[in-house]
Design a protein around this ligand. Structure first.
Ligand code: NDP
Ligand code: OXD
Length: 309
């Protein structure tokens, strides 16, 4: 039994070392080195090259090193009979919640605009909003969305959330299903997307949906670039329906140099780094699943193959 790490960034050694630190007896390989493919039972992956999950005859688990698994379903060459797991981790959730809070505060206190004014040596005081008067709507009330909603409510925001199935969260008004989406959107001043990317949610943030937000609403997309129809956002920013957007995720990452988001005055960008798996925090659940494979036990944090998240 052995583990293979497949990812295209420079973090293979970081993950290898963290796994070995947790259990020195583990056999861990990089997919780039010579490795006995028939021994591999677990692949720990992040944005793997298409085709790299083939040729492992004894693979028992494809473990996403992040919360999202959309990139795995998008690979037509992946072995479809192998279960997929994902990361569920308190630090990943609290990092996301802190990022969203920072973005929202920057928006309601005009910090993005003041930075642009500073560059032009412009002294121009602007009306600001108060936390207690601001309604934030979260799309997706899963591991990240639920904590973010709860934390924002604790800070004093009016918070509402929308998900597929109805949720019950302290101080958060919840909505579920297509039939409740319109009501949710009509009272949301700041919309935060924390949905998984699936065939159902692809292109969800389009002109029809964003157009149902009140005039002057602000969009925060920290989920996936595939949720957003870029041209629709630009149109709604330019015609003044939306006051701005803060984006962490894009259709192509890194965002191509020629993309209009780079220089748009109402688009604020971060480089897909809102919340990142901390190896020390997430390695124990991966080691536990590796042990479970050995003992033929049920895996933790298993992805629902039908729902795609
Ligand atoms: P979860 O699977 O825990 O939660 C997903 C939520 O979305 C659930 O509430 C689910 O509803 C809801 N949902 C899914 N599909 C639909 C639908 N068609 N209609 C309505 N609601 C739907 O995911 P996480 O919270 O762990 O993560 C969310 C996403 O955040 C990840 O998939 C990833 O893309 C992104 N992410 C981004 C990061 C970044 O740095 N930018 C870092 C980490 C994650 P229900 O509960 O009813 O099933
Ligand atoms: C994730 C991410 O899904 O970093 O964990 O986007």
């Amino acid at each position: 039994m052995a583990i293979v790490i497949i990812r295209q960034d420079k973090k293979i050694d970081l993950w290898k070392n963290a796994l070995k630190k947790a259990d020195n007896s583990l056999k861990v390989y990089s997919y780039l080195e010579e490795h006995p493919k028939e021994e591999i039972t677990m692949a720990i992956i992040w944005k793997h090259p298409a085709g790299s999950l083939t040729g492992y005859p004894n693979l028992k688990c494809i473990a996403s090193a992040g919360a999202g698994v959309d990139y795995i379903f998008e690979d037509p060459t992946r072995p479809t009979n192998v279960p997929i797991t994902r990361i569920v981790d308190p630090l990943l959730a609290s990092d996301m919640s802190e990022h969203v809070l920072a973005v929202i505060l920057a928006h309601i206190k005009n910090l993005n605009t003041y930075k642009q004014q500073q560059i032009k040596s412009l002294w121009n005081p602007l009306e600001y909003s108060r936390i207690k008067d601001t309604t934030v709507g979260i799309l997706g009330l899963g591991e990240l969305g639920a904590l973010t909603a709860q934390d924002l409510a604790n800070v004093g925001f009016q918070v509402q959330g929308w998900s597929r199935s109805k949720k019950s969260l302290d101080q958060v008004t919840t909505f579920a299903g297509k039939e409740e989406l319109k009501t949710f959107l009509s009272s949301t001043q700041i919309l935060v997307c924390l949905l998984p990317l699936t065939p159902e949610t692809k292109g969800f943030l389009n002109k029809d949906l964003l157009g149902q937000l009140p005039q002057g609403a602000f969009l925060v997309n920290v989920a996936r670039g595939g949720h957003l129809v870029d041209g629709d956002l630009l149109m709604l920013l330019d015609n003044g329906h939306l006051s701005g957007a803060c984006l962490d995720v894009y259709h192509t990452e890194p965002l191509p140099e020629a993309h209009p988001f780079w220089n748009h005055p109402k688009v604020h960008m971060t480089p897909h780094y809102a919340s990142v798996s901390d190896t020390n925090s997430v390695v124990p659940q991966l080691v536990e699943n590796y042990r479970r494979i050995q003992n033929e036990e049920e895996l933790m944090n298993r992805v629902d193959m039908e729902k795609g998240y």
